[in-house]
Design a protein around this ligand. Sequence first.
Ligand SMILES: C[S@@+](CC[C@H](N)C(=O)[O-])C[C@H]1O[C@@H](n2cnc3c(N)ncnc32)[C@H](O)[C@@H]1O
Length: 489
Amino acid sequence: MKKAGRRWAGGDKRDGGDKRDGGDKRGGVDKRGGGDKRRGWARSDDGAPRVARRATKAGSRLSVGGPETQKRPSRHALTARGVAISALVEVDRGERANEVLPALLAASTLDQRDRSFATELVYGTLRMRRACDWLVDRFARGELEPSVRAAARLGAYQLAFMRVPTYAAVSATVEESPRRARGLLNVVLRRIGELADAGPVAWPDLGTELSYPDWVIERLSEDVGRERALAALVQMNSPASAQVRDDGYIQDPGSRAVGEVVAGWWDDTSEAPRPQHERGEGERAPDEASRLAQGGTTGHGRGVLVDLCAAPGGKATFLARHAPLVVACDISPQRADRVAANLARLGLGNVAVAVADGNLAPFRPGSCGAVLVDAPCSGLGVLRRRPDARWRVRPEDVGRLARLQRRLVASAASLVAPGGVLAYSVCTLTWEETAGVGEWLASDTGLGAGWDVLPPPGLPWEPLGRGALLLPQSAGTDGMYLIGLRRPA
Ligand SMILES: C[S@@+](CC[C@H](N)C(=O)[O-])C[C@H]1O[C@@H](n2cnc3c(N)ncnc32)[C@H](O)[C@@H]1O
């Protein structure tokens, strides 16, 4: 993909920053595990911690090493910090924070206050992982076992970012750590406490200070301008906000805004469905699902509204208030189940759920009044909400996802009826996945050539390419991109 026009208008120069590829190299998943039996963590504790003291240029550093022999906690710890350490270990093994933490909390006996504290600890430590590792590695030498590394990061986060008093953070964190590492952790965390108390930390580089992989900083600086990128990255280090919609669905305001704009485009397209009292006697409401199964349009307005990548259903459930029939597709059966569960909870009867690959969607070409592609993406606009994603996404994922996004919008475009709407959205900020997809769509190969561009949302969205970008710092929302096109009638 050519990068013509990629730089943000008036964008600032890319400065060197920290050029080391990939930034934090520690992200690898360590398959070893362990724990402390006394706390309910099955582990083999051979008594005395294997602690070595070595003199280095940076002063005396400590290490504890060796494999941990057992993997999983056998039961969950009873304190917020214990739960947090378990969650951090699981995330390091490749689990997702937003799945593993709720499961650990559900299995715990923590009260609401401690649950919130555990959540803050886990999400904050994951966000600031690179910065925490730098602090820990100033004083601890060599490989740390996963649960020791997790406890050290957790302690560093409390000391440097939550400003929990040293005596409280150190003793409570050490208590929850494997017995043989307690001596080491005690010393390391006390040193970090002294450092944090001494004034602002002199971070070695921007990537460590902001706690992102270097490639993310460089990529976003290039794509949206350095100042905007840094403001977005700082913003995404703060806890996420979410709003409860009138119907009880909890949704980020940025994601909700996408639903609202698409609903506006749809409303401009469709005729209102005839309500029951306007139908003739004996005239039944059309059986939309069976018409659809036969490859027909719905008979309402300009057809069905399809959400091609719908799970967990935030936008589909919103759009169901506007369109008489929404079909919510997702490639993942498990995630489609989440849509179904949300529909049941909200009591929505006009949304059909389909497990389908959006590239092979089960609709007749040109039969849909609107198709939304809320595509899988690198998620670099939602890093507040998915704090571990920054360590999981790789630079090469961006190009791979952009190719998938292009395939999905091309497939979606083929389904749109004359006069109908194609909407494309992502929750990321890279040019390739945002304006780049719109540019490709307008090209001869993209099927959207000659389609009218629908009015993009106004402030706080900013025009970008054929659509609009919502930066996380503009309104404290997730970062989003949205394009709307109308197929000529
Ligand atoms: C960004 S999420 C969608 C969020 C959803 N629209 C909402 O508002 O709640 C992207 C979804 O695309 C799904 N997906 C990924 N590849 C797909 C494909 N080829 N076809 C259909 N869905 C796909 C994923 O399972 C995921 O649920």
